[in-house]
Design a binder for this molecule. Structure first.
Ligand code: ATP
Ligand code: MG
Length: 565
């Protein structure tokens, strides 16, 4: 894995796919490369899909080509219009544009049917009456060849008649299929007379009840690519064997255009699962709230969590495209958003677990405005004004009753700097019946306004704070990784859900936030100084009741933890 930091594709050597596209462009074979992103609308897109989107749309942008968004909607039993809409939204949000090139495989059903009849007429397809179970048995194994179906040698006329009857709804679901006539002893199992069409008396979200036979993926995909004049059909490595079938279908039909399928390694990310089936299970069994739960590695979950499109694009660019299966550590994705937000997110102050402080020598009714920079390294991001008054909140863990010497925060008699404010010294504290510290009494040094002392007195610690009477109340959701092991679905004997992290979402209520956070928009990221990056949750926040999601901590706590163990 490469470890260079967020460089752009412009200063990186071309990956092996871009090299091919580049050569084909230079040689004049494909002056205008055409790629496509072909999701099946049976779930929400996840971070793995982002890799494919960035590759396909990236190539089209870089080489002046086109990238089609094509829904591979050939399985009506699992597909829904809700998924189509979410996929469109996610691709757009990632920053890509298919322009006029939005397609649906279902738009080709008439043409695909014609192609299937042509295959029959060329003696390259037949109607088979074996059951699904029998087809499986006849198929053979990796070590043993398959056996010919007894229906393999039907005449062209009989095949055409049966296939038309299949289309006309004469036969029951599962009673017959159309199969390619290739080679039952091929070393590639996909070539052992694969099924091309099956009977499925199910309504389709776009074609309604027009069809009761539906084409299979391998038949549909290559022909859809061909019909759209795709030049480079990019897919993940598990389709390597299917390339034989891809080419066989196009060769058998002698199509005028023959796209080139090229496989690359899929994205595998630690501490998550990436199959739509498993993500759906998490949703349906209420382990998460929804597809866009901020803990989900779906694009919509990442968006709601507060990831930026640029951080995801940078991540995809950083991990690159290769031919070898590998794992990417979740920390790489988290670092990508950390790096991006470090540059752009305004700094604010929010107290997650508040402890009240009374500044005994500060006038009771006084409020003053203190200027605070929005980004200490970027003066161009300006400043804001923070109210300061006699009663403040600080973070509970910034005080210790009996602190060790190296604790540079508050303790009895200790002095600390309030960020952008004054030096304060703790003079006493109050506790409740359970021994919990409930209030600190401090004094402030009026000479230290702005955070430095004219007498050159140094204090080591600086802590964040908010003025009590001006604070905005809010809840904070501290999100963490959804699973607590690197490979939750590695062991097929163990339910991946047994590895769910019980602390993937800790909800903290009664947080005290600086006033500017009362009017922030959902989806705008900020850094809570010393705490991490946060953004207002678009779903859970209500008027006067902000809920902030932690996008990511300031540092990689998992890396530190792993080093210690
Ligand atoms: P899943 O395995 O999650 O169900 P899928 O491959 O069935 O995903 P599709 O909707 O068919 O989902 O995928 C659309 C495109 O996204 C395909 O070209 C597929 O190769 C690609 N893709 C899916 N998962 C990944 C991944 N983890 N890394 C890279 N590309 C992926
Ligand atoms: Mg798929």
């Amino acid at each position: 894995m490469s470890t260079t930091s967020g460089s752009t594709s412009a200063d990186k050597p071309l990956d092996f796919i871009r090299q091919i596209v580049d050569q084909d462009q230079k040689s004049g074979k494909h002056p205008t490369p055409v790629t496509r992103f072909p999701p099946e609308p049976n779930g929400f897109l996840h971070i793995g899909h982002a890799k494919s989107i960035c590759l396909n749309f990236g190539i089209s942008n870089e080489f002046g080509g086109r990238c089609h968004l094509r829904f591979d909607d050939t399985n009506p039993s699992k597909e829904e219009i809700e998924y189509v809409e979410s996929i469109k939204q996610d691709v757009k949000w990632l920053g890509f544009d298919w322009q006029d090139n939005l397609f649906f495989a279902s738009d080709y059903f008439d043409k695909l049917y014609e192609f299937a009849e042509q295959l029959i007429k060329r003696g390259k397809a037949y109607v088979c009456d074996l059951s699904a179970e029998e087809i499986r048995r006849y198929r053979g194994t990796l070590t043993e060849p398959g056996t010919d179906s007894p229906y393999r040698n039907r005449s062209e006329e009989e095949n055409l008649e049966l296939f038309r009857k299949m289309k006309d709804g004469v036969f029951a679901d599962g009673s017959r299929v159309l199969r390619a006539k290739i080679d039952m002893s091929s070393t590639a199992i996909v070539m052992r007379d694969p099924v091309l069409y099956r009977i499925l008396k199910t309504s389709h979200h776009r074609t309604g009840d027009k069809w009761c036979i539906y084409p299979m993926y391998d038949f549909t995909h290559c022909l859809s690519d061909m019909l759209e004049q795709i030049s480079h059909s990019l897919c993940t490595l598990e389709f390597q064997d299917n390339r034989l079938l891809y080419d066989w279908v196009l060769d058998s039909l002698e199509t005028p255009c023959h796209p080139r399928q090229i496989e690359f390694a899929r994205l595998n990310l630690t501490y998550t699962v990436m199959s739509k089936r498993k993500l759906l299970q998490l949703v349906e069994e209420n382990h998460v709230e929804s597809w866009d739960d901020p803990r989900m590695l779906t694009i919509s979950g990442l968006r709601r969590r507060g990831y930026t499109p640029r951080s995801i694009r940078n991540f995809c660019n950083l991990i690159g495209i290769g031919k070898k299966q590998s794992w990417i550590d979740m920390g790489v994705l988290e670092n990508a958003v950390r790096d991006d937000l470090n540059e752009t997110a305004p700094r604010v102050m929010g107290v997650i677990e508040p402890l009240k402080v009374v500044i005994d020598n500060y006038p009771e009714d006084q409020t003053e405005e203190i200027s605070a920079q929005n980004h200490p390294q970027k003066p161009e991001l300006g400043s804001r004004s923070l109210p300061f008054s006699r009663e403040l909140y600080i973070e509970k863990n910034d005080f210790m009753e009996d602190p060790p010497r190296k604790f540079f925060r508050l303790g009895p008699g200790r002095e600390v700097r309030l960020r952008y404010g004054y030096y304060i010294t703790c003079v006493s504290y109050e506790k409740d019946a359970d021994g919990k510290v409930t209030l600190l009494h401090c004094t402030y040094d009026p000479e230290t306004r702005g955070g430095s002392s004219p007498d050159g007195r140094k204090v080591k610690g600086t802590i964040h704070w908010v003025s009590a009477k001006h604070a905005v109340d809010g809840d904070i959701h501290l999100y963490d990784r959804l699973f607590n092991v690197e490979h939750p679905d590695a062991d097929k004997e163990v339910d991946f859900k047994s590895h769910l992290n019980p602390h993937s979402r800790d909800i903290v209520t009664g947080c005290k936030l600086e006033p500017s956070l009362g009017s922030i928009d959902a989806g705008v990221q900020v850094q809570f100084e010393r705490q991490g990056y946060f953004c207002l949750d678009s779903v859970l926040s209500g008027p006067g009741k902000p809920v902030f999601n932690r996008v990511v901590t300031l540092r990689d706590s998992w890396a530190r933890m792993n080093k210690q163990t």
